[in-house]
Design a protein around this ligand. Structure first.
Ligand code: IYR
Length: 229
């Protein structure tokens, strides 16, 4: 395997691609099983502090890194935070922003959309879960010499990568929460990120607490979400 350098400006140099063809019967069985497993995924806000093998999280990040991205620029950086002091700082800053949000900044319409989820400004998961994974979006490419180049479809690319990350974590039996404290500028400072990166999501990862509860949500049905023409 070659080491990564920006593709930007390089010529088109295709290579053959022959992935394993899965027999249809196996594919149907595997996809039905996968669909059922994914239907069990829930966003969790109550975590156990029970330790989690770090390899499970590293594998999920490696899967996220396989996501398709605009011009294959992979405009993401994952910061895995275990240090309790750093996590306490993040929790303090996030709760301060959320207090302002929940006490008026969000507005009545947004607050009533959130009511069924039972969320509020208290964010114990930021310190309870064994890991906090902070996902940053690289707004532009930054070379070692300080020069920059444009990144394309950054929001879409990082969104897809986070989707793949959440899928992997779930398949490893882990719970996660896609938390987007707003504004998130404090994360760049606390985690000392370079000027081309902005925080995209904070993802606590761990096992659910023994007494965890989740909102009683119902998913849309296939006829509500799929149009076949
Ligand atoms: N960021 C806030 C509010 C919030 C917003 C949405 I949209 C949610 O789906 C959930 C929460 C918070 O984390 O509480």
């Amino acid at each position: 395997m070659m080491t990564w350098t920006p593709l930007h400006g390089q010529p088109y140099q295709p290579i053959p691609y022959h992935p394993n063809r899965i027999p249809v019967a196996d594919a149907l069985a595997a996809s039905a099983a996968f669909r059922a497993r994914m239907d069990e995924r829930r966003t969790v806000r109550m975590f156990s502090s029970e330790p989690v093998p770090v390899q499970l999280v590293l594998d999920a990040v490696a899967v996220a890194n396989t996501a398709p991205s605009g011009a294959h620029q992979q405009p993401w950086t994952f910061v895995l935070v275990e240090d309790p002091a750093v996590r306490a700082k993040i929790r303090e800053a996030a709760e301060e922003e959320e207090r302002i949000s929940y006490r008026g900044r969000l507005g009545e319409e947004w607050l009533s959309a959130l009511r069924p989820l039972g969320t509020d400004e208290h964010k114990p998961h930021l310190t309870d879960a064994p890991y906090l994974l902070v996902v940053f979006q690289q707004r532009f490419g930054l070379r070692a010499d300080g020069t920059t180049y444009k990144h394309y479809y950054g929001d879409e690319s990082v969104g897809i990568a986070v989707g793949m990350l959440l899928t992997s974590l779930h398949m490893a039996g882990l719970a996660a929460l896609t938390h987007t404290p707003s504004p998130m500028g404090f994360l760049s400072k606390v985690l000392n990120r370079p000027r081309n990166e902005k925080a995209f999501a904070v993802i606590p990862i761990g096992y659910p607490a023994d007494d965890a509860v989740v909102p009683n949500l119902v998913r849309k049905t296939m006829d509500q979400i799929l149009v076949r023409i």
